[in-house]
Design a protein. Structure first.
Length: 437
């Protein structure tokens, strides 16, 4: 990636006369291992460094796994009030994709790179072209990407009393965590992988219940894009309209999430009621049964009838549960393939449980044993939830929606509970009964 100028460093500590920027540490977070202390132990440089590394890596994993990365606050790119060839990055806090903290405690002033000087021609211009040759080249507009990167600076170098035989005679007395502001002329890679982009889960219940399959990556030492400066000409005034601070990845801090939740709650309809849904039905959708299994599981006997049972997550009114809203439709397969299929509604009655949370469709036992036991057919169970209401008088949200279970094969499934967020809808499911299985 091409950079237009050297990075500008800003630290959170007072600068020292002897300061050296060092390369970033590895982005990997190894297995945790801390020092063990006991009385009389001789502490070495390795023991104390390991103790620091343990705490640093713990905090980095906390950021990456629980919070993500991006700008938490501040770090806005603004024009310089006096110098047109410079801009300002305001104080702020961010976390990069390695989980490292980037903090600016004071404003950072960054200077735009001067355009390259024109290369002198080896031959003098012709007399006719002399006037054109003496004209300065016209300034060109340039688009810049402003990024910020974590850096470490070694400061306060001290003489080493007990140096290794091949070691240096001075070592830094402290390491300050710095920030490097960079100007890029090409799109940074991290801008193409901005957190929060991509396909989102539309089913909020599934999103809440789903457990991530793997932990987030610790990154690739990526700079954090802060802004785009468009159409800038060197030494001409930089305006607010030329700066786009919206490209930055935003870190979802707790105060920001709380503010978002309050905003959503305030803008929701004040009278929006909670809808009642179908939480469960007691058969396998699209399953194939033998006639014997069908009679045993869904018909029973006059003394012990069985049926198709549906359960709600709230109490439903008995008035809306009847044979006009809750039906079983039989689609018979003809014995001769040249004949059409016949459709009929099975005679049945509907029973509601005492607690109002369940209803059952009981197909007439005599009809089932005399007219269904020797046929191949499909049975469609329908509940017209536009006409089924709960005790508040609100229609049941009964649409049965299909989806995919996220595993290696992406299995087809029907989502529970039912509903698309709108009162009413049609609940429809079916089974198949075949004599020769």
């Amino acid at each position: 990636m091409q950079r237009s100028n050297e990075s500008t460093y800003a630290t959170g500590a007072p600068s020292s006369s002897a300061t050296a920027a060092v390369a970033c540490a590895s982005c990997d977070i190894p297995a945790f291992c801390r020092s063990y202390f006991y009385t009389g132990k001789l502490l070495t440089e390795g023991d104390l460094t390991r103790e620091q590394r343990y705490m640093i890596d713990k905090l980095r994993l906390h950021y990456v796994a629980l919070h993500g990365w991006g700008v938490a606050c501040g770090l806005m790119v603004q024009p310089h009030p006096q110098c047109p060839d410079r801009f300002i990055v305001t104080p702020g806090f961010a976390v990069d994709d390695c989980g490292r903290e980037i903090r600016l405690v004071t404003e950072c002033v960054v200077q735009f790179p001067a355009p390259p000087q024109p290369v002198p021609q080896p031959c003098p211009p012709e007399p006719d072209d002399e006037d054109e040759a003496t004209l300065p080249p016209s300034p060109q507009c340039q688009t810049y990407y402003v990024c910020i990167r974590y850096k470490e600076c070694q400061e306060d170098f001290m003489p080493v009393v007990f140096a290794d035989c091949c070691g240096t005679q001075k070592q830094p007395n402290r390491v300050c965590e710095c920030a490097a502001v960079e100007l890029l002329t090409e799109t940074p890679e991290c801008l193409c992988e901005k957190p929060g982009q991509g396909k989102h889960e539309e089913n909020c219940h599934e999103l809440y219940r789903r457990l991530p399959a793997k932990c987030p990556s610790t990154g690739e030492v990526c700079c954090i894009p802060l802004a785009i400066i468009r159409d800038y000409t060197y030494c001409e005034p930089l305006s607010e309209t030329m700066i786009d601070n919206s490209i930055r990845p935003v870190m979802p801090t707790v105060p920001r999430l709380e503010e978002l939740i309050r905003c959503v709650m305030e803008h929701l309809p004040k009278t929006a009621p909670r809808l009642t849904h179908i939480s469960r039905f007691y058969w396998d959708h699209d399953r194939e049964y033998s006639p014997g299994e069908f009679l045993y599981e869904f018909v029973g006997s006059p003394a012990a009838p069985r049926g198709f049972e549906i359960e709600f997550d709230g109490r439903v009114h008995a008035k809306g549960l009847n044979t006009r809203t809750f039906q079983a439709t039989i689609v018979r397969e003809p014995r001769d393939q040249r004949e059409p299929r016949t459709i009929e509604i099975a005679p049945a009655h509907v029973a509601r449980s005492e607690d109002g949370h369940r209803c059952t469709l009981h197909i007439d036992t005599e009809y089932a044993r005399h007219h269904l036991s020797d046929h191949n057919f499909d049975l469609f169970v329908t509940l017209r939830c536009d006409k089924v209401i709960d005790e508040r008088g609100i229609a049941v949200d009964g649409n049965l929606l299909a989806g995919l279970r996220e595993n290696e094969e992406y299995d087809y499934l029907l989502r529970h509970p039912t509903g698309d967020g709108i009162p009413g809808g049609l609940f429809e499911s079916w089974i198949r009964v075949r004599r020769d299985r």
